[in-house]
Design a protein around this ligand. Structure first.
Ligand code: FAD
Length: 491
């Protein structure tokens, strides 16, 4: 085994600079870290909505949230509003955080379901603090992570912000285009890269962050790709930036159309918009027009087309190459999970860092854990398409009749019949499953019998108490924009 001293990160988008900042900050004293990026090629330029795990990544790196928010023109995010997903004209919000209370014997949804039967339950979201704060656009940091939050941020500015951290901790940046990836004939490991100006860059471990092209993991190592487009039909996106016409909401909007969906991500200085669609159901010109007809504010950019294939690389770690970000695979950004997966990959690699050399057991374990994460997120995303009342277009008819993964079919059936949801191992989503299943219109047939041990009066009090607590806490929060102005100091 060859000790790992030189790490080469190919690509300087969000994935590359997140990896560089974390590795330089945490392992930089023992490693030579080089990042190569090409100004000519640029980055994908999207990826501006996150989930709460990023807060912990920033803590790990010692990042000041105020500095981060100021540098990336960030806003706070408490969830995602799904508009027209359950049916045209119907909305719900998937919020970060727990709905109701952690009830030891049965989930809160069982109590809510009985209350619903009795006609005393309010909408499910009324029992969730983050939900209510989001819909009233209020925000503050509460003690003990009392309010779960994430960020909206400018992706280009975020890469620049991380670059500073990486360079401060010794990461060396090389600008140039990688023209060749040379492998060793003995074991097929990557030996060095050659830039188009002839510069040679040697390394022991290579991190492929070159985006969809997967220059190292695929073009050089031929790792293979597992295509999931039979489950997730969308293959295209158009992205467009506009000026803001209202104060930033504390949530992302996801608006379903008849052949895809549209995102709206509010930043301090502008709004990120995009349409994700299947070009088999909506041609590119029609998609472009659809997006233009459905944005507000002045256009700051032209609509930019991005094609993708949903799926994952057969191995995320192959030989001496680890793929992160778009090079490792892609799930559409419906639940803003890509940056989370980058972060997971980085933290996993740091935990298993092969200082003494790469051993097959580490590689196997890394890939096993990554597969687990991605498959659960994949199922959660598919859920939004298969549980819906929409059948108003060929696209939605196709989605409703998908032959979904067995793991998802089981979860849906279990919830439909019994109201039960079990979090599997360390999977990312927990309360989210109930929120989205109920939000998409799936109401279980039964509730857990333990709920019947409460009298009607007790149940009323139990539900009423949670709802009042949530409402009182939200009433005490400042408006999101006002809080941003105070916290970041300028808007
Ligand atoms: P890129 O940004 O494409 O970076 C690739 C880098 O490699 C660039 O620096 C490029 O110059 C370099 N490079 C490539 N080839 C060479 C070469 N030959 N030589 C030198 N350098 C090279 N994620 C979220 O979490 N939330 C979201 O809301 C979200 N929205 C998205 C919307 C869309 C439409 C898409 C497509 C993705 C979205 N994502 C989202 C995913 C997110 O954008 C990516 O995970 C993230 O930006 C990471 O991208 P990357 O760094 O892997 O690739």
């Amino acid at each position: 085994m060859q000790p790992i001293k030189r790490v080469v990160i190919a690509g300087g988008g969000t994935a590359g600079w997140m990896a560089a900042a974390a590795m330089a900050k945490l392992l930089g004293k023992n490693l030579d870290i080089t990042l190569i990026e090409s100004d000519d090629i640029g980055t994908v330029g999207v990826g501006e909505a996150t989930i709460p795990t990023l807060v912990f990544f920033h803590k790990l790196l010692g990042i000041s949230e105020r500095d981060f928010m100021a540098a990336t023109h960030g806003t706070y995010k408490l969830g995602i509003q799904f508009e027209n997903w359950r049916d045209v004209g119907e909305d719900y919000l998937h919020a970060f955080g727990v709905t109701g209370k952690d009830c030891w014997a049965a989930g809160f949804q069982h109590f809510w379901l009985k209350g619903r039967e009795m006609g005393i339950s309010k909408p499910f979201g009324d029992y969730c603090l983050e939900h209510q704060a989001a819909v009233s656009s209020r925000f503050a940091h509460l003690p003990n992570n009392g309010l779960n939050y994430a960020f909206h941020m400018d992706a280009g500015l975020y890469a620049g912000f991380l670059r500073k951290i990486a360079e401060q901790h010794g990461c060396q940046r090389v600008e140039g285009k990688i023209a060749q990836v040379n492998t060793r004939s003995s074991d097929g490991f990557i030996d060095h890269l050659v830039l188009d100006n002839g510069q040679r860059i040697d390394g022991d471990l290579f991190i492929d962050c070159t985006g969809f092209r997967g220059l190292l993991i695929e073009q050089a190592l031929h790792t293979g790709y597992e295509d999931w487009s039979h489950w997730l039909l969308n293959d295209s996106a158009l992205a467009l930036q506009t000026t803001a016409v209202e104060p930033p909401r504390a949530y992302t909007r996801s608006i379903a159309h008849d052949a895809g969906w549209q995102w709206r991500i509010p930043l301090q200085h502008r709004v990120g918009n995009g349409l994700v669609y299947s070009h088999h159901y909506l041609d590119d010109d029609a998609a472009r027009q659809r997006l233009l007809d459905n944005v507000e504010g002045e256009h700051l950019t032209e609509p930019r087309l991005i094609r993708f294939k949903t799926g994952r690389r057969r191995k995320q770690w192959n030989k001496n190459c680890v793929a992160l970000g778009l090079a490792s695979g892609f799930l559409e950004p419906l639940e803003s999970t890509s940056i989370h997966l980058i972060q997971q990959g980085i933290v996993r690699l740091l935990r298993m860092f092969p200082t003494q050399g790469i051993c097959p057991a580490d590689v196997l374990e890394y890939n096993r854990q990554t597969d687990f994460d991605v498959e659960h997120i994949r199922d959660f995303i598919i859920l939004h398409y298969v549980v819906t009342n929409r059948h108003d277009s060929p696209y939605w008819q196709h989605c409703r009749n998908l032959d979904m993964p067995e793991s998802l079919a089981h979860r849906i059936e279990l919830f439909r019949e019994t109201g039960r949801v079990f979090r599997e191992g360390s999977e990312l989503f927990d309360d989210s499953w109930q929120q989205v299943m109920i939000g998409q219109g799936l109401i279980p047939e039964r509730y857990h019998p333990i709920v019947d041990t409460m009298s009607e009066q007790e149940l009323r009090q139990f539900l009423g108490h949670i709802e009042t607590n949530v409402a009182n806490t939200v009433a005490g929060l400042p408006a999101h924009q006002q809080y941003l102005q105070q916290f970041v100091g300028k808007l």
